[in-house]
Design a protein around this ligand. Structure first.
Ligand code: DHK
Length: 197
C-alpha cells in the first residue's frame, strides 16, 4: 500500500482585480441654439405678371398674303403692333416670337417660366398635331391662352381637334386679329393685371 499522495496546498487566491475607477462623467455638450428657420427658397422667383409672351406658330409669318379670305389681310407685324398698343393700355408689355419649327416653339414656351406671367399662343397647324407643344405648355407652369384667327371648328374636320388647347386656360377662335386681342385680355384678366369685364 502506498501512502496517499500528499495533497497539493491550495493555490493562493488571487486578490480580485481592482475595479477601474469609473470614468469621470463628462458634462453634457451644451446644446447648440437652434438654427434660425429660413423660409424655403421659392422654386421659381415669381414671374412678372404683366409680361406676356406671344407665340406665333408655323406659316403665320405669311399673314397678309396667305389665304386672306381665311386669315385676313393683317400682317404679323400689324397684329403685334395692335397687341403692343393693347398691352400698353392695360399697363402690360408683350414680347412676340414666331417660328416655323416645333422645337423652337417648345423652347420658347419653356423659356417663359419665371419670366412671363402669361402666354398667348397660336400654334398654327401644330395645334392639331403636336404632343411636344402640349407637353411644354403643361410643364412650363405659365397660364396660356390659345388663339386662332379662323374658326377651326367651321373648317376641315382635322382642324376641329386641338391637342394643345387642353393645356391652355382657354381658346379663342374665329375672330381674326381680334382673337389675339381677346386672348391678351383673357390672359391679363386671368393673372389679374386686367379687371375681368
Ligand atoms: C392657323 C393655322 O396655320 C392653321 O393650321 C390652323 C390657325 C388655324 C388659325 O386660324 O389661326 O388650323
Amino acid at each position: 500500500m502506498h501512502p496517499p499522495a500528499p495533497l497539493h496546498p491550495p493555490a493562493p487566491l488571487h486578490p480580485p482585480a481592482p475595479l477601474h475607477p469609473p470614468a469621470p462623467l463628462h458634462p453634457p455638450a451644451p446644446l447648440r441654439p437652434p438654427a434660425p428657420l429660413r423660409p424655403p427658397a421659392p422654386l421659381h422667383p415669381p414671374a412678372p405678371l404683366h409680361r406676356v409672351l406671344v407665340i406665333h406658330g408655323p406659316n403665320l409669318n405669311l399673314l397678309g398674303t396667305r389665304d386672306p379670305s381665311i386669315y385676313g389681310r393683317d400682317t404679323l407685324a400689324d397684329i403685334d403692333a395692335a397687341l403692343h398698343r393693347r398691352a400698353k393700355l392695360a399697363g402690360a408689355t408683350i414680347d412676340s416670337f414666331q417660328s416655323n419649327l416645333e422645337g423652337d416653339l417648345v423652347q420658347a414656351i419653356q423659356s417663359a417660366t419665371g419670366r412671363y406671367g402669361a402666354i398667348v399662343i397660336n400654334p398654327g397647324g401644330y395645334s392639331h398635331t403636336s404632343v411636344a407643344i402640349r407637353d411644354a405648355l403643361d410643364a412650363c407652369g405659365v397660364p396660356a391662352v390659345e388663339v386662332h384667327l379662323s374658326n377651326i371648328h367651321a373648317r376641315e374636320s382635322f382642324r376641329h381637334t386641338s391637342i394643345t388647347a387642353g393645356k391652355c386656360i382657354g381658346q379663342i377662335s374665329g375672330f381674326g386679329k381680334n382673337s389675339y386681342l381677346l386672348g391678351l385680355d383673357a390672359a391679363l384678366a386671368h393673372v389679374e393685371v386686367l379687371a375681368p369685364r
